[in-house]
Design a protein. Structure first.
Length: 369
C-alpha cells in the first residue's frame, strides 16, 4: 500500500443560502489514523467529506493532504478513494469490472489489473463473486465490492460516508469488524462519517464530534466518553446516554456536596473530583450508568449514597439498565442481569468515587478536569 498522508482542514466553510453547513472547521488528522466525524443529521459531516474529496467547493478555508494544498485540485487527482452509503456500483458491470474500473481509466496493463483486482478480492473474501453483477449480490457483498473498488486505487486517504447504514444490525456489526481489521492491516489514513456513536466508538482512533457545522470536541474514544467537553457531547456519546441532574454545589468542611431536588450527595474534595477553580453554584451533574451501584445489602450509608425508587428496567442480556427516580429526575444504573428489584421499590444507590461529571448549567461546559 502507498505511503499515507495526514489531512488538515483549515477554517473550512460552506454556506447553502442562509445555512452555514460548515462554520470555519479546523481539524488535523494524523497520517495512518482512523478518524470518525460523528454527529446528528445536518451537522456538516457529509459536507466535510465532499469538500475533502473535491466533490464540492468550499466558500472559505483550505484542504491540505500532507503538505500539499489540494483545495483546487480536481477529485481524480487527489489520491483519495470514497465509499458511499448507496455503494454506487455500476449495475451493468461485474464485480471484477467495478473494482477494475479506475485502473482501466488509468490505462494500466491488463496483467497488473488482473493481479491487483484478484489480490484485493482475496483480501475481502469476494474472489468467488467477481463474475456476478451487483443485482446478484447481497447488501454486504455489494459493500465489499465497493470497498474493493476503493482499495484497488491504493489511495493516500479513504473516505467512508455512512457505508453501513443500509445493512441490517448483524451485518453492520460484522462489516465494522472487517473494516477495522482492514485498517489495522493496511494503515491507510481514513475518515469515516456516521451518526451512530457505537460505530464511532468501535472503529476510531480519534473522534470528531460535530454540531451545526462546528467541531465540538476532538479526541480518543476514552477522552470523548470519560471527559466530554460539554453536556452535548456527554449525552450524545454513550449508551444509555449520561443522566443529568440540575442542582447546586455546596462546600462543607473542605468537601463538595451536590444538592438537587430530593437528592443530596457528597462528591469528595474539590481536588479529588478535579473541580476547576471559581464559584460554581448552579450545575448539571452527569452520571454514567456504570458509575451507579444499586445497594441491596442494607450497608451503612456513605456521603455518596442517595435514595431512589425503581422505575423502568431494561434487560439486555449481559446487563440490566435500571431507571431510578430521584424526585423529578431519573438516573440510569447498570446492574447485574439477575438483580432482584421490582418496579416501585425504594432502594439506596451509590456513586463511584471521582466519576461524576459536572457542567456549568448555563453554558453546558465541563467544570471538572
Amino acid at each position: 500500500m502507498t505511503d499515507n498522508a495526514s489531512l488538515r482542514l483549515d477554517k473550512l466553510a460552506r454556506v447553502f443560502g442562509k445555512v452555514r453547513a460548515l462554520d470555519e472547521l479546523s481539524l488535523e488528522i494524523p497520517a495512518g489514523a482512523f478518524v470518525t466525524l460523528l454527529g446528528p443529521s445536518g451537522c456538516g459531516k457529509s459536507t466535510t467529506l465532499n469538500l475533502v474529496a473535491g466533490l464540492d467547493k468550499p466558500d472559505g478555508g483550505r484542504v491540505y493532504l500532507g503538505d500539499r494544498d489540494i483545495t483546487d485540485v480536481p477529485p481524480n487527482e487527489r489520491r483519495m478513494a470514497m465509499v458511499f452509503q448507496n455503494y454506487a456500483l455500476y449495475p451493468h458491470m461485474t464485480a471484477f469490472d467495478n473494482i477494475a474500473f479506475s485502473l482501466k481509466l488509468q490505462r494500466r496493463p491488463k496483467s497488473e489489473i488482473q493481479t491487483r483486482v484478484r489480490q484485493t478480492a482475496e483480501m475481502l473474501d469476494i474472489s468467488r463473486l467477481l463474475d456476478r453483477k451487483p443485482a446478484q449480490l447481497s447488501g454486504g457483498q455489494q459493500q465489499r465490492v465497493a470497498l474493493g473498488r476503493a482499495l484497488v486505487k491504493e489511495p493516500l486517504l479513504f473516505l467512508l460516508d455512512e457505508p453501513f447504514s443500509n445493512l441490517d444490525a448483524a451485518l453492520r456489526s460484522r462489516m465494522r469488524t472487517e473494516v477495522k481489521h482492514l485498517h489495522l492491516r493496511l494503515g491507510t489514513t481514513s475518515v469515516f462519517v456516521t451518526h451512530d456513536q457505537e460505530e464511532a466508538m468501535t472503529l476510531s482512533d480519534l473522534i470528531a464530534v460535530m454540531r451545526d457545522g462546528k467541531l465540538i470536541q476532538f479526541g480518543t474514544q476514552n477522552e470523548i466518553y470519560r471527559r466530554p467537553a460539554n453536556t452535548y457531547v456527554a449525552t450524545f456519546v454513550g449508551k444509555p446516554k449520561m443522566s443529568l441532574l440540575e442542582g447546586d454545589l455546596e462546600h462543607h468542611d473542605g468537601n463538595v456536596e451536590f444538592v438537587g431536588s430530593d437528592i443530596r450527595v457528597g462528591l469528595g474534595s474539590p481536588a479529588a473530583i478535579g473541580l476547576v477553580e471559581g464559584e460554581h453554584r448552579r450545575v448539571a451533574m452527569g452520571i454514567r450508568a456504570e458509575d451507579v451501584r444499586i445497594r441491596l445489602n442494607g450497608a451503612d450509608d456513605t456521603p455518596r449514597t442517595f435514595g431512589a425508587q425503581v422505575g423502568l428496567m431494561e434487560p439486555i442480556g449481559s446487563d440490566t439498565f435500571v431507571e431510578l427516580a430521584v424526585g423529578p429526575s431519573t438516573i440510569v444504573a447498570r446492574a447485574a442481569p439477575d438483580i432482584d428489584v421490582s418496579l416501585g421499590q425504594n432502594v439506596r444507590a451509590e456513586l463511584a468515587p471521582g466519576r461524576v461529571h459536572l457542567f456549568d448549567l448555563e453554558s453546558g461546559n465541563r467544570l471538572v478536569a
